[in-house]
Design a protein around this ligand. Structure first.
Ligand code: MGD
Ligand code: MGD
Ligand code: SF4
Ligand code: MO
Length: 652
């Protein structure tokens, strides 16, 4: 028998990940049989992360939803698209007429990072404007810090690290959340660059580093200020810093407001750690890479601002191999002027408070909710409240490919395409390459993309004309600002292209787009309140892990209790591998303990992304609260304690 030919097609990974990889799909008889990293993509370099190398299990998962579903009691039954869309359109028109458009909540998260998703935003803007979210639970606090300090938010080119003498990984788990940085870091290491990791959690990146500093969670401001004090005391700071930084004196006063021992105690590190970090900043050029985890705390924005200030006065801004990199401007190349985005919402609910916010919204109340590209029940604080909020609307529509915790709360579920069936454009928040995604296989059954769903809906509510164009027309529109500079759609279709608007080195002229043109150094940092209590001495941190993309697990969902990692000393009288209850002020869940003596004694680690319906959802324990700025969620400051299981339940 002849083996059918294998065809190779290129596309892009659209998951919420800094890497925005190029994918090569091998197709046999119309089916994707293998997925590889694109060897020709300069960042992907031919390999994929664990979770996406297993994506075909998800693509061909028999549990995938392939037809619209409507709620019937506690169950769902299949309905036709015509029926589903008619019901939704009728309801949208009815509530808009009766209560005004803000009685509709449109919540979109980052299930796909494709730019075409903004077209659906534009639909709800034109139909409404409706109620949307404000803030950003992913990176909001750090985004706000970068805008305040530098007037803009972008990063050095990822390959500029080839020039670094020192690399400071400030709260970054590269092995889990940005694996395509690894080849670059390993190359730097091989040529002798010095590495420091600062993370309250022991994680694999520590093995890549010359020094691992393990401060108390949220101790980073004290660590940065103690380090800055050493720079000032030894005249190791840039003597020119005053020419491009505002408030240098006040920042120096802030650093001098405590002695080194006090800063070290506040950060729970040694004075030697501060000295090490200070001297690292003098081994120039020193690059500071700030991770996304440390800003998901009460003082998250101020923390990032303190790190910004330290690195700024150290003289590493604006030089090759230096800089402060937090996020790359992933949308920077694209013209999205067809939507105002989050800028002028008619009404917004802060994303970290989505659960309570749905109930609190009055005049008009939220009557209809639309959720796409997100699983807020599993991924946002106060999971139970969000579930209840969605279940109690007159109509909740969820657009997804799987029966997630959120989909379970819907009245109508609309099945949608996976990334292998998508037609879209992407930028990245971890580098500057742009890429096109193209369907490499067709969607099963009658599954529609978000854009097709938007078009169908637009047709039924009198907005057909605004959304009649094909995807390529939208793509060309989004690329109009860069098409003259080598990124026309035709060029992008040949392969990834670097964003021509992004520089290699940020602020090489040491001019900053702030109101004064200078860096806005932080002058005041509120003392971090002790987040743990005597009653609940552990801080719950539910962090990214290899086996999932947020709530999208490699092996479907999790069975059995979630694994909670703790230092053995804090787990008396429990045993390694035994069961226990983790209790916060809000709720509790059963976990299986895994002892790890590399961890601090004040943290309890859970995987991010556990499902509520599996009893694994960390967010059910986490109260909704906003960071000091930027509307990020306080995910990692919830005090918890361990309790024994009730006597009638086995503990093994
Ligand atoms: N495998 C996998 N990869 C992912 C994701 C996933 O779910 N799974 N999620 C993606 C998403 S949504 C995003 S936003 C990105 C980034 O995803 P993140 O998970 O935010 O990745 P990091 O930037 O590595 O930040 C996490 C690190 O911050 C540390 N951290 C927490 N609190 C503190 C603190 O107070 N101080 C310091 N110094 N460090 C602290 C944590 O211990 C952890 O090592 O990655 C993406 N990559
Ligand atoms: N406790 C705790 N909570 C956290 C975090 C944490 O570190 N700790 N991290 C936070 C962070 S950084 C983030 S970014 C959020 C992520 O939160 P979410 O964005 O809600 O993450 P996912 O669970 O990946 O949900 C994405 C959903 O979109 C669906 N999807 C994929 N592609 C498409 C598409 O093209 N169209 C549509 N309509 N749907 C699609 C997927 O099937 C999936 O169900 O979680 C936050 N929550
Ligand atoms: S999830 Fe990230 S690392 Fe994995 S394939 Fe997608 S873009 Fe690459
Ligand atoms: Mo995120």
């Amino acid at each position: 028998m002849e083996t059918p030919q294998i065809e190779q097609l290129r596309t892009a990974c659209n998951r919420d990940c800094p890497d925005a990889c190029g994918l090569v799909a091998e197709i046999q008889n119309g089916k994707v049989v293998r997925l590889k990293g694109d060897p020709d993509h300069p960042v992907t370099q031919g390999f994929l992360c664990h979770r996406t190398s297993r994506f075909l299990d998800r693509q061909y998962d028999p549990d995938r939803i392939v037809t619209p579903l409507a709620r019937q009691g506690s169950d769902f039954h299949p309905i036709g698209w015509e029926d589903a869309l008619e019901r939704i359109a009728r309801k949208l028109l009815q509530v808009r007429q009766e209560s005004g458009p803000t009685s509709i909540l449109y919540y979109r998260s980052a299930g796909s990072m494709g730019l075409m998703k903004h077209v659906t935003d534009a639909f709800f803007e034109r139909f409404g404007p409706v109620t949307i979210k404000s803030g950003d639970v992913c990176s909001g606090a750090g985004d706000a810090a970068q805008m305040l300090d530098f007037g803009d938010e972008d990063s050095h080119d990822i390959f500029d690290l080839d020039h670094s003498q020192t690399i400071i990984l400030w709260g970054k788990n590269v092995y889990v959340s940005q694996v395509h940085l690894l080849p670059i870091l390993k190359r730097a290491r091989a040529r002798g660059a010095q590495f420091t990791l600062i993370d309250p959690v022991w994680q694999q990146t520590a093995q890549l580093c010359d020094r691992f500093i393990q401060p108390r969670p949220g101790g980073d401001s004290a660590l940065a200020l103690g380090t800055a004090r050493i720079l000032f005391e030894n005249q190791w700071y840039d003597s020119n810093a005053g020419s491009y930084c505002d408030h240098l004196e006040q920042f120096q006063e802030l650093a001098y407001s405590r002695n080194l021992e006090t800063w070290a105690t506040l950060a729970d590190v040694s004075v030697a750690d501060l000295e090490h970090l200070a001297s690292s900043y003098t081994q120039q050029p020193a690059a500071t890479l700030i991770g996304w985890g440390l800003q998901r705390r009460r003082n998250g924005s101020a923390t990032v601002r303190t790190i910004d200030a330290l690195a700024s006065v150290s003289g590493n801004l604006g030089i090759a191999g230096g800089g402060i990199s937090y996020c790359c401007k992933r949308r920077g190349a694209f013209d999205l002027s067809f939507t105002t985005g989050l800028d002028q919402p008619a009404r917004a609910i802060p994303e970290p408070l989505l659960g309570p916010g749905i109930f609190a919204a009055q005049d008009p109340p939220i009557r209809v909710a639309w959720v796409s590209g997100g699983n807020p029940v599993a991924m946002l604080p106060e999971s139970d409240r969000i579930a209840k909020g969605l279940q109690t609307r007159e109509m909740t529509v969820v657009v997804d490919s799987f029966m997630t915790d959120t989909a379970r709360c819907a009245d109508i579920i609309l099945p949608t395409t996976t990334m292998l069936e998508e037609d879209d454009l992407l930028g990245a928040y971890g580098h500057h390459w742009l890429i096109e995604s193209r369907p490499v296989t067709s969607a099963p059954g009658d599954v529609k993309s978000d854009y097709e769903i938007t078009q169908e809906l637009a047709r039924r509510v009198g907005l057909a004309k605004d959304f009649s164009e094909d995807v390529d027309t939208w793509k060309r529109r989004m690329l109009q600002g860069v098409s003259e500079e080598g990124v026309s759609l035709d060029e992008l279709r040949q392969g990834p292209v670097r964003n021509p608007l992004a520089g290699q080195v940020m602020y090489a002229d040491r001019k900053f787009p702030t109101p004064t043109g200078r860096v806005n150094l932080v002058t005041d940092v509120a003392a971090a309140p002790p987040p743990t209590t005597q009653l609940r001495p552990l801080l719950l941190m539910a962090l990214s892990n290899h086996d999932s993309q947020a709530s999208q697990w490699v092996n479907g969902t999790r069975n059995g209790p979630a694994i909670a990692r703790v230092h053995p000393a804090v787990a008396q009288p429990f045993v390694d591998g035994g069961l226990a209850i983790v209790e916060s002020e809000l709720s509790q869940m059963t976990v299986r303990l895994e002892f790890d003596d590399r961890q601090r004694e004040d943290v309890l680690l859970l995987p991010k992304g556990g499902w509520l319906s599996d009893g694994c959802c960390a967010n059910a324990l986490i109260p909704g609260e906003m960071t000091d700025d930027g509307g990020c969620a306080v995910f990692y400051d919830t005090p918890v304690r361990l309790l024994p299981l009730p006597a009638d339940q086995p503990s093994h």
